[in-house]
Design a protein around this ligand. Structure first.
Ligand SMILES: *Cc1c(COP(=O)(O)O)cnc(C)c1O
Length: 379
């Protein structure tokens, strides 16, 4: 089945009770049993819920996996993956990581005796020197946030296989429309479904997809035992969102490209971070592993002035100044004062998050209006 058909039908069939085409919102905690232990496959909604299961099947289909799991947030999904480990185990993670993931690793799991190495992975072979007999997990985000670096999933997968290390990819920015990490050799794909999969800025949710049955069994055990599941209403909303993922992503990519080109030609702009430029450091890898370049981009202005950047984001009218990304509406963010404000100036400048850096989540409005909005804000 082609991807554009999968987003509508993948893992879905009409509800067995009355043939409802969309799965009903099974807003129930428990299920009647005929005799103790005998039921229709559902005993308690932390363990299984038909609406959530419909969504989990859709997640699995989109990522070409065999098993999908839905969680109450993206971070809850990551939390479940790290719980596969035990004290003494080591993790190698991308250094340009989503802030919440970094916080979960360093402020929660580090104190349980798990060791994390944060490594630049623009060149995949860099990670080899960090692998030892305790290494159990490689955690990668690509494209990265907010600098849109690209990491070679296939190359990392080869290294992970060679050393028998589990390899997980946070596929939130790309979505399965643009890249399918399991097909490139990853063991686990993770999503903040809060972003593009939900797509309408109205649900917080996380997802995992795997191919391997034994690994799936361990993750289902953690999902049920730790209990960070999502509710049936949210499951329904994300399932509805997914049905337009391909048409939304196509427009996100078209608008992202138009804005990247506009900004690159603007006299006030210093640099535009977007993997579609052939001058981008890993443009060839992006071209090989992604179908298109996505709707996320960042830029800096000449002179690198903090106050000027604040003024630009304040003057934007169609781009809403807000955290998050991946919804139908365009959003702008200023990492230095928002997502990366807690990092000392010197350290954040070292990783490239300078004072004038502005990040855009380009929505699916008309590009003419979006460019006009940027034009007036830059004047
Ligand atoms: C938002 C985000 C997360 C965290 O997901 P939540 O749903 O907010 O818990 C993880 N990774 C990336 C890349 C994200 O953008």
């Amino acid at each position: 089945m082609k991807f554009n058909t999968k987003v509508i039908h993948g893992g879905q069939k009409p509800d067995p009770a009355y043939g409802a085409v969309m799965p009903p919102i099974y807003q129930t905690t428990t299920y009647a049993q005929t005799t103790p232990g005998e039921h229709k496959g559902y005993a308690y909604s932390r363990t299984h819920n038909p609406t959530r299961n419909a969504l989990e099947n859709a997640f699995a289909a989109l990522e070409n996996g065999n098993f999908g799991l839905a969680f109450g947030s993206g971070l809850a999904a990551i939390d479940a993956v790290v719980k596969l480990l035990k004290p003494g185990d080591e993790v190698i993670a991308t250094n340009d990581l989503y802030g919440g993931t970094y916080r979960l690793f360093t402020k929660i799991f580090a104190s349980f005796g798990i060791k994390f190495h944060f490594v630049g992975m623009k060149n995949a072979s860099t990670i080899e020197s960090f692998i030892n007999s305790n290494t159990k997990l490689i955690w990668v985000e690509t494209p990265t946030n907010p600098l849109l670096q690209i990491i070679d999933i296939k190359a990392i997968a080869a290294i992970a296989k060679k050393h028998h290390v589990l390899f997980a990819v946070d596929n939130t920015f790309a979505t399965p429309y643009l890249q399918q990490p399991l097909d490139l050799g990853a063991d686990i794909v993770m999503h903040s479904a809060t972003k593009y999969l939900g797509g309408h800025s109205d649900v917080v949710m996380g997802a995992l997809v795997v191919k391997d049955k034994e690994l799936a069994g361990k993750l289902y055990f953690i999902q049920n035992a730790s209990g960070a599941i999502c509710g049936p209403q949210d499951s329904f909303l994300v399932l509805r969102g997914i049905k337009t993922l391909h048409v939304r992503m196509q427009r996100h990519c078209e608008n992202g490209k138009a804005i990247a080109m506009y900004l690159a030609a603007h006299p006030k702009i210093e640099k535009v971070y977007w993997p579609g430029f052939d001058t981008h450091q890993n443009h060839d890898i992006a071209k090989a592993q992604m179908k298109d370049f996505g709707g996320m981009l960042s830029f800096t202005t000449k002179g690198n002035n903090y106050e000027e950047a604040i003024k630009i984001v304040e003057k934007l009218k169609l781009f809403t100044l807000a955290e998050s990304l991946g919804g139908v509406e365009s959003l702008a963010g200023h990492p230095a004062s928002m997502t990366h404000a807690s990092i000392p100036k010197e350290e954040r400048e070292k990783i490239g998050v300078v004072d004038s850096l502005i990040r855009l989540s380009v929505g699916i409005e008309d590009e003419v209006d979006l460019i006009a909005d940027l034009k007036q804000a830059l004047e």
